[in-house]
Design a protein around this ligand. Structure first.
Ligand code: TRH
Length: 373
């Protein structure tokens, strides 16, 4: 008899890669580490394929890394609901699926996985129950976070060991850059740059061009590449493009598969990241990082940014984080930040060690699903 528990994860791709980035990571981990049968329902397979190039966006159903991937589009065909249902980021389950959940004798555990925030209120709202207004179902709100009283962060088993093995192996670094057809100068500060196209890159690039020491910046191909090309008045920057200005070398690289992106973060001295998933991966890289938060219309992101600044506790980072997110001059903030890089590197490692002592999101979800009350 097959006693494996079934989990369904529903994901809509809003406008970026973070939603599917988180769901794909979580789905793989639940299947690989917790022996669960996982189906991942996704409405945009083209975006998904950017992070997982082995995915075929033409297929409605496929199996990758022990996860069954299903195209999610209306009308939603009848299907037996899973034991545990994750509605990622309030993406609204199909009505027919909800009705099927309500019709089950043993009601599925229904979890709305929320966005990550360092704000204190998250602890009070984490795992709260919300009874369905009409049906005999309860939905639980599940918040990732940075403390024991939250759902934690996604962290795969063996991630820290794999990172350390890579970071402590000089030939792995050489091979890594060779695989990308590029080579940073040995004495250059290696930076990866992933941000929204609205990021205030022009002043920062000027600071890097006039830097006292060489800077090597790896730029995965995204719409930000266009912003940067415009700021430097050069042709579009693509994978393989190399632009040298003053002490700055800018290397265009491809948009990487998710596992490879981790290696990029591990290989650099400092990473510019954004949104939610790359932000967390930069923390696991145990290297200094600069975060561009996902901007919200009601400016709710400002409180989130301040909450993280308070929680992370590196004053040298605060000014650059604020400037990079629209409040201050990034060129000015960069100078103080660059001077503090040795301390920030120590702090980043310590932060990763501390966070890695907390239970991870997948393990917490599994435990919660067994006894939500
Ligand atoms: O793409 P994002 O801006 O996603 C955002 C956030 O999740 C935000 O909270 C959400 O509201 C919004 O989407 C809709 O940034 P994020 O979260 O870092 O996701 C990017 C993903 O892309 C992440 O999984 C890392 C991955 N990635 C690669 O796999 N290869 C790459 O080369 C790069 C640059 C990123």
């Amino acid at each position: 008899m097959n006693t494996r528990q079934h989990w369904d994860i529903f994901c809509t791709v809003v406008d970026n890669y973070g939603d599917i980035g988180v769901c794909w990571r979580l789905a793989r981990q639940l299947a690989a580490e917790h022996g669960l049968t996982v189906r991942l329902w996704v409405d945009d397979l083209e975006s998904f394929a950017k992070l997982a190039p082995q995915l075929d966006p033409q297929q409605d159903q496929q199996q990758i890394s022990q996860v069954e991937i299903q195209r999610w589009r209306p009308p939603f065909a009848q299907t037996a609901p899973a034991d545990v249902v994750i509605e990622a980021f309030a993406c609204h389950l199909p009505e027919t699926y909800i009705a099927a959940m309500a019709a089950q004798a043993a009601k599925p555990v229904w979890i709305n996985l929320e966005y990550l925030s360092a704000e204190n209120w998250v602890e009070d709202h984490h795992s709260l129950a919300s009874p369905h207004p009409r049906l005999p179902l309860t939905k639980y709100f599940y918040f990732p976070g940075f403390s024991l009283n939250t759902g934690g962060l996604i962290r795969e088993a063996g991630l820290m060991a794999a990172r350390d093995a890579f970071q402590n192996n000089p030939s792995a670094h050489t091979e890594w850059w060779r695989g990308l057809n590029t080579e940073p100068a040995p004495n250059a500060l290696k930076i990866s740059l992933f941000a929204y196209p609205t990021a205030p890159v022009a002043p920062l690039l000027q600071a890097w061009i006039h830097s006292a020491t060489p800077i090597f910046c790896a730029l995965p191909e995204t719409p930000l590449s266009t912003t940067i090309a415009q700021a430097l008045n050069v042709d579009p920057i693509r994978a393989g493009t190399r632009v040298v200005r003053g002490n700055l070398t800018l290397a265009g690289i491809p948009f990487l598969a998710q596992e490879a992106y981790d290696r990029l973060l591990w290989a650099c001295d400092l990473n510019f990241v954004r949104g939610e998933d790359s932000f967390v991966r930069a923390q696991w890289a145990a290297k200094p990082f600069v975060w561009q938060i996902y901007p919200q219309h009601d400016a709710a992101h400002e409180a989130k940014l301040e909450a993280f600044i308070t929680r992370y506790g590196a004053p040298e980072l605060a000014a650059l984080l604020r400037a990079w997110n629209g409040r201050g001059d990034p060129a000015h903030a960069w100078l103080a930040y660059a001077a503090a890089l040795p301390d920030l590197t120590t702090h980043a490692r310590q932060w990763a060690i501390t966070q890695a002592k907390l239970p991870d999101l997948a393990a917490n979800l599994v435990k919660f699903s067994q006894n939500p009350l």
